[in-house]
Design a protein around this ligand. Sequence first.
Ligand SMILES: [Zn+2]
Length: 382
Amino acid sequence: MNKDTGTKFSLHAQDGLARRGQVTTAHGVIDTPAFMPVGTVGSVKGLLPEQVAASGAQILLGNTYHLMLRPGAERVGRLGGLHRFMNWPGPILTDSGGFQVMSLSALRKMTEEGVTFRSHLDGSKHLLTPELSMEIQHHLDADITMAFDECTPFPATYPEAESSMERSMRWASRSKQAFQPRPGYGLFGIVQGSVHEDLRRRSVEALIDIGFDGYAVGGLAVGEGQETMLQVLDFTLPLLPAEHPRYLMGVGTPEDIVKAVQRGIDMFDCVIPTRAGRTARGYTPRGTLNLRNARHQEDSRPLDEACSCPACIGHSRAYIHHLFRAEEMLGPILLTLHNLHYYQSLMSGLRQAIEEGALDHFVQAFREQQALGDIPKTEAGT
Ligand SMILES: [Zn+2]
């Protein structure tokens, strides 16, 4: 790639295979390892952009599939791009639309050209191709554009995984051809190949040949289980060029993230903290809490004594429990805020530990805390 275009990646520290770095984009710098909250239709559900930023998030993920159908990518473009439209001045990564076409739309038909599908909103017919995906992500003004690929379903037979990966590599090449290089705007390729080491290797080789600003590992967190996911990372990550960021798509739980960071992943996105926040599940250093549970109804403690988020500073577990029981929208808002703060504080802890060469110690403390479970109310003396 021309050195004047694209996103830049700098590596500042390493601890084992874990990496501490920075990705520089047209709309700002991302400290890695980074977690990207998901802003599916141009909003992180329930939160103001400044609240998302205050949680420590430096980059958001937007969904091409949703935004192309409503309000339409060209309209977002005319309104100044997604940053202006949703009032998020920082970096944005958009997915290619491929994964969500397959998971959300009806009557999908895949050909070499692309995927024909019917919208889940109004049944209208669309064709999404690598070229169109690049055009849409350009209209959205994504700092990081993802190559159009097929997320190979799991499980898949070896021949299915092979032909799916090979098609994704042809689409990766078409994505690169169609992408308009600009300073600060990057294009990431996506490694496919299901759980097969030789297919992953061939996929990495094909992508390096094409040349991308970053490399994502796709086709994971689709039901294969954590152990298999980690095995795939173990044989895939050493093949990737060290001088580019690595992004594990759609992952995951705090434990998944810690284990993937130990293996050299730099970027993550996942709906878990936001979706859990809407379904009364709170994430803490000592595991998860169901805020609908009656044991919280007279608990005056915050969700997490050590957390400095707006939910924990001013509100009790009893209050958040009440809000969920009463179906007040403030319940999901507070819990989403807290969960995002928890995820970002985990990332910040990981970054600091890598800088200090203390990742093993950090991971051990993380596991010990998680294993303890929530502090019972009586033990806490309230
Ligand atoms: Zn909190």
